[in-house]
Design a protein around this ligand. Sequence first.
Ligand code: ZN
Length: 86
Amino acid sequence: MSTTRIQQLEPCPFCNSANGTVQHLLLWYRVICENCRAYGPKSRSYHQALSQWEHQSRELRLEKSIENRQLLEHLSSFGNFPPPRL
Ligand SMILES: [Zn+2]
């Protein structure tokens, strides 16, 4: 097994660390976060592993920001909270 440190990787969707490496195991590759050990989907190529990680990271962060916004809107509907600033 070998790992390669990557510059300019999309941050980890779970811990926001940019400390990702690509693991290469016999037939596949995946990106793993060195900070929280979260990992992306297994891929057949190095570049596919990177793009899948980036895709997953963006999707998860987008989902979180939507959840946060919905929560703020919900809280502001009670009246005592200021409207969400986005
Ligand atoms: Zn992480």
